[in-house]
Design a protein around this ligand. Structure first.
Ligand SMILES: NC(=O)c1ccc[n+]([C@@H]2O[C@H](COP(=O)([O-])OP(=O)(O)OC[C@H]3O[C@@H](n4cnc5c(N)ncnc54)[C@H](OP(=O)(O)O)[C@@H]3O)[C@@H](O)[C@H]2O)c1
Length: 321
């Protein structure tokens, strides 16, 4: 089978398509023919060899040469202990090594909602889970609260706008001019075009600031926060090659010491109950994954380069034949 493989750290060109052995499912596994995956910034950091990523995957070269986490596809065969799925079922979820034609999966397997495409389902796991957990678990979002989402137009942001609305928030989304209409179409209550207006200078206050872009320092962000607000850091600019976005997070944590607001950074984790909730939101049409473009697996380097610009409009999918 074909899979994207990287044998050294570097720019997107280090990702090449190789012919490798097709995996065989164990008794408690499912072999999935992947139809779509998507690129996430975590894969960018893994590929380029951010020092922190190298600590986990080899200092000089990657020990695990495969990338990709989000997947959507069709069950090809099942191990003898599998009773809930059968060949032909359409499923999606999360599994490492998903930039490939096949993977074996044991956990995080969910029926693909019929009203979303493989590209949409294959763009869901990381970004949607992050948006949900950031708002609900770390932002402590309650219906009726005012939420500001900075970085609303990318992978995590387009899910966050829709999930915050589904959870009953009044949503203000920050994005650039070219994305204003798209964000309005996701039902944001207010949109701030960051090329024309500074969200930290509007005089408005929010209960939650979900900061996906990390474009403004704490001393400015705190101006728009209610005294008991939650400031949830999801992401930050790429930063240097050693600690990357962690620099922004450390700086913010230090600068906010003693503040009345709660400042939180978190890393999303895959939880069955959260997948089920997201599935429900997809099926009800409350959340529709936004996919800007789909690249065939053979063009995975282009997909990564697109993500690396930092200006994706929703998710960037990778498709397999
Ligand atoms: N904590 C976690 O568990 C977790 C999980 C997933 C991702 N993340 C992090 O979250 C961040 C975003 O991930 P993503 O997948 O959403 O990335 P993405 O798809 O590449 O989106 C980036 C978005 O940021 C927007 N942006 C860039 N500069 C901006 C600015 N100055 N103000 C407002 N928006 C700006 C871009 O919109 P324009 O084109 O309009 O500028 C683009 O839509 C990354 O740092 C990633 O590492 C964290």
């Amino acid at each position: 089978m074909k899979a994207a493989v990287y044998r050294s750290y570097g720019p997107p060109e280090v990702l090449t398509i190789e012919e490798i052995e097709k995996p065989a499912p164990k008794d408690d596994e499912i072999l999935v023919k992947i139809r779509a995956s998507s690129v996430n910034p975590a894969e960018w950091y893994g590929m380029t060899g951010l020092f922190l990523a190298r600590l986990g995957n080899g200092l000089l070269k990657p020990k695990d040469t495969r990338l990709g986490v989000d997947y959507a596809g069709v069950v090809e065969t099942v191990g003898k202990d599998i009773t809930l799925f059968k060949p032909g079922d359409e499923i999606y979820g999360a599994r490492s090594g998903a930039f490939a034609e096949y993977v074996c999966v044991k956990n995080h397997i969910y029926p693909k909602p019929a009203n979303i495409t493989f590209e949409q389902a294959g763009s869901a796991a990381v970004a949607a889970m992050t948006a949900l957990q950031g708002l609900r678990d770390h932002g402590k979002l309650q219906a009726g609260q005012k939420v500001l989402i900075n970085g609303a137009s990318g992978g995590v942001g387009t899910y966050a706008v829709q999930i915050a609305k589904a959870l009953g928030a009044e949503v203000t989304a920050v994005c650039s001019t070219r994305n204003v209409d798209m964000i309005r179409s996701l039902s944001a209550d207010h949109v701030i075009d960051y090329t024309k207006e500074d969200f930290t200078n509007t005089g408005k206050r929010y209960d939650i600031l979900l900061d996906i872009a990390g474009s403004r320092p704490w001393r400015e962000c705190k101006r728009v926060l209610n005294p008991n607000a939650h400031y949830v850091i999801v992401g930050a600019p790429k930063g240097n090659r050693v600690i990357g976005p962690l620099g922004f997070i450390i700086k913010t944590r230090l600068a906010s010491l003693g503040a009345s607001q709660k400042v939180i950074f978190f890393v999303a984790s895959f939880k069955r109950e959260d997948f089920l909730l997201l599935n429900d939101m997809f099926e009800r049409g409350q959340v529709k994954p936004v996919v800007e473009k789909a690249y065939p697996l053979e063009k995975i380097s282009e997909a990564m380069r697109h993500l690396g610009t930092g200006h994706a409009k929703g998710k960037i999918a990778v498709t397999m034949r």
